[in-house]
Design a protein around this ligand. Structure first.
Ligand code: MN
Length: 200
């Protein structure tokens, strides 16, 4: 059985950038719903119940058709949100020197990386996610995915930074102003955690 992980901070910890009500609904009901539906999808398929969510997503194309879409949407939702909560923090932090250096190599500068990520998140049509991924050769790439897809399913690398741009992530506070939400996101990135995920 998959379980909804506890938030490592209070629902109001990210105010004013992400409001308490959004955090509570987003974590308890949206993320909680993905976990419940993932467990339901695997109920009749015990051979998949002991796998990690990462394993299930990496082999998504070879799962039985009867559960593939449910695992894609709800396993994706579970993994994506678990990562998202982990890379948010109210405490200011900086990328490690190794991550800073990799960002410089891959994008030219931190500002250019930020601009590309911001544009990618802003232009994702409909619901989806923006990602910073570490590729096999150690370089970094910004990309976006629709719905609850993620880079693991697309074999596009290891996600180390994630931004949820579904309307449920920001609508109560920002309504249709996704760019303001994206701008606020930069104030609450847990760079210590992102650096750890990068491997430094
Ligand atoms: Mn979400």
């Amino acid at each position: 059985m998959f379980e909804l992980p506890k938030l490592q901070f209070e629902y109001n910890a990210l105010e004013p950038f992400i409001d308490q009500q959004t955090m509570k609904i987003h974590h308890d009901l949206h993320h909680g719903g993905y976990v419940t539906k993932l467990n339901t999808a695997l109920e009749g398929n015990p051979e998949f119940q002991n796998k990690s969510v990462e394993e299930l997503l990496q082999e998504i194309e070879s799962l039985p058709e009867s559960i593939r879409m449910a695992v894609r949407n709800n396993g994706g939702g579970h993994f994506n949100h678990s990562l998202f909560w982990n890379i948010l923090s109210s405490e200011k932090s900086e990328p490690s020197s190794q991550l800073t250096s990799a960002i410089g190599t891959s994008f030219g500068s931190f500002a250019l990386f930020q601009e590309q990520f911001t544009n990618t998140a802003a232009t994702r049509f409909g619901s989806g996610w923006a990602w910073l991924v570490k590729k096999e050769d150690g370089t970094l790439e910004v990309l976006s995915t629709p719905n609850q897809d993620n880079p693991l399913m697309h074999k596009a690398g290891i996600p180390i930074l994630a931004l949820d741009v579904w309307e449920h992530a920001y609508y109560l506070k920002y309504q249709n102003r996704r760019p303001e939400y994206i701008n606020a996101f930069w104030s609450i990135v847990n760079w210590k955690k992102v650096s750890e995920l990068f491997g430094s």
